[in-house]
Ligand binder design. Structure first.
Ligand code: HEM
Length: 497
């Protein structure tokens, strides 16, 4: 017990500061980075108990990292995190800025081991080296990303989908207005995922897939929503939580995860095949602006096209539904900002204030709490030598909500994104790496423009006709891989003149 206590002795911020000063001479060895060391099999979770005890067992990732910062200082090591090697958390944006920029030539961000196994081992023959953005690394990732970047990231191209998204938003709002308060409280998030899938499917496939009808649980669209959720939740439990299984591939949970990936692939493949058939029947000879992402990519590389459409139907559901819930919550809690957005919409102005609201709500409630890169070489960070192969974490959510980086940091103040430089609120006074809701650099979110457009279109359509309010205790966030909101959803949607 004494030994355990010695091992978890806190290295305070002061001591870390001393190391940083020494670092101008010679970097300290990696073993000296303060934090949680690991034991075989159970990793470092046992050492983690004192931290959990102080923040509570229901703590989310944000609270856990905050507690670690307080205990260990600006740079913290967490060995054996879920059996996935060593993680280093840098609380100084200059530190991770330096590493992320140095890694831009080959940014490594590992996906789930189970998904890698599914694509790269189990179905190696089928995928033939085209493994998708979420799992591929190195040249395979770069080749894929280079092919898909223009179709997904060119703002002008993405804007062309706006009319279709407007129709979807209208249908979705009509459904929301028919829901009872009890249904809203329990099912709001489900509705949000139906809207986000219908929207991303329109862009990926060029047609509606029927999410906004009253479907049974085995309807293909419902199956995609189910699979996307399980494909986040189950690998989190298998791959990141402590386990006594040495070989996790032998577990029933691993088998279940593979079944989920199988089902998701099968259902999305059916939708993709229907689209291909439609394209074949009507011919390719239509203007580029009328083509779905799938159609545009089919002209470049069929395997890449199919995998990208599949990833869109997986990664574009909960991310956008969470962000929609977040911005509606903030606008409900800040009626002044809501009125300003409504005025902007009705006067037909550009969506400057609405965009600022979206940035601000993603600052306060990002989909992912932190960003990550695995080092491909040695770095000197905060005075320590950080070797190759370490997961370097940027805890953006914590930093984004800290007074150290933003004045009135926990308040929803969209103005900070639009005020003049001379205003103390001006966002440019903050280090640009502090708030990164879509990640960083060449490996940042490929769906960013699509997500922003979907959210903008929905909020515009909603606020023009509807007042949003919230009449309950503050919304609660829980973290798996992504942040998610807990029920109940105390939204009220009322028609407004
Ligand atoms: C508001 C909604 C969204 C947020 C906040 C978000 C956030 C992120 C973040 C933080 C990353 C990691 C970036 C990095 O490591 O630097 C990422 C990657 C990714 N996102 Fe999104 N995302 C959203 C919506 C979407 C949508 C709609 C799609 C699909 C159309 C999508 C597809 C992807 C893919 C495929 C990657 C991997 C990119 C790569 O490694 O090259 N995301 N996203």
């Amino acid at each position: 017990m004494k030994l355990v206590r010695i091992l978890i002795q806190p290295f305070g911020a002061l001591r870390s500061q001393c190391f940083r000063e020494l670092s101008t001479q010679a970097p300290r060895p990696f073993k000296d980075v303060p934090g949680l060391a690991a034991l075989p099999i159970i990793g470092s979770w046992h050492r983690f108990l004192p931290i959990l005890a102080s923040v509570g067992m229901q703590a989310n990732f944000f609270k856990i990292l905050s507690a670690m910062r307080k205990k260990y200082g600006p740079i913290v090591k967490w060995e054996g995190f879920g059996g996935r090697g060593t993680m280093v958390i840098c609380f100084n944006p200059k530190d991770f800025d330096q590493v992320y920029r140095a890694e831009e030539t080959n940014p490594l961000r590992p996906g789930f081991v189970s998904l890698e196994y599914f694509r790269e081992v189990l179905h190696k023959e089928k995928f033939q080296g085209v493994y998708g953005l979420t799992t591929a690394q190195g040249d395979q990732w770069r080749d894929f990303r280079t092919k898909v970047n223009p179709a997904l990231l060119k703002i002008k191209m993405v804007q062309l989908y706006a009319p279709g998204l407007e129709e979807i938003a209208e249908d979705s709002i009509a459904r929301l207005l028919k829901m009872t308060p009890k249904e809203i409280s329990q099912d709001f998030y489900e509705e949000a995922t139906k809207w986000s899938l219908e929207s991303v499917a329109l862009i990926a496939l060029g047609s509606r897939i029927g999410c906004l009808e009253n479907n049974p649980a085995d309807h293909p669209s419902q199956q995609l929503i189910y699979c996307a959720r399980k494909a986040l939740d189950l690998p989190f439990i298998l791959e990141l939580m402590p386990t006594l299984w040495k070989d996790k591939t032998k577990t029933a949970l691993f088998k279940k995860i593979l079944d989920i990936y199988d089902l998701q692939w099968k259902v999305s493949e059916e939708f993709i095949d229907q689209t291909k058939k439609r394209i074949k029947e009507r011919g390719h000879d239509i203007p580029e602006e009328d083509q779905s992402i799938l159609e545009k990519l089919l002209a470049i590389d069929e395997k890449v096209a199919v995998m990208m459409a599949n990833e869109m139907l997986m990664a574009g559901i909960d991310t956008v539904a969470f962000s929609l819930t977040g911005i509606l919550y903030q606008l409900a809690m800040n009626p002044g900002a809501q009125d300003k957005v409504r005025e902007e919409i009705r006067q037909g102005k550009s969506a400057r204030y609405l965009k600022a609201c979206l940035k601000e709500s993603l600052r306060l409630a990002p989909v992912v709490s932190a960003n990550l890169r695995v080092t491909s070489k040695d770095h000197v960070v905060g005075g320590y030598l950080i070797p190759k192969g370490v997961s370097l974490v940027a805890p953006n959510e914590i930093l984004s909500k800290s007074e150290e980086h933003y004045p009135r940091a926990t308040e929803f103040l969209p103005e900070r994104w639009i005020v003049e430089k001379s205003d103390p609120l001006y966002h440019g006074n903050t280090h640009p790496m502090v708030t990164l809701p879509f990640g960083f650099g060449v490996r940042s979110c490929i769906g960013r423009r699509i997500a922003e457009l979907e959210l903008e279109v929905f909020v515009k359509k909603l606020l023009d006709k509807v007042r949003v309010s919230w009449s309950g205790p503050p919304i609660q966030v829980t973290t798996r891989v992504m942040n998610t909101y807990k029920k109940p959803f105390s939204f009220k949607f009322e028609p407004v003149n």
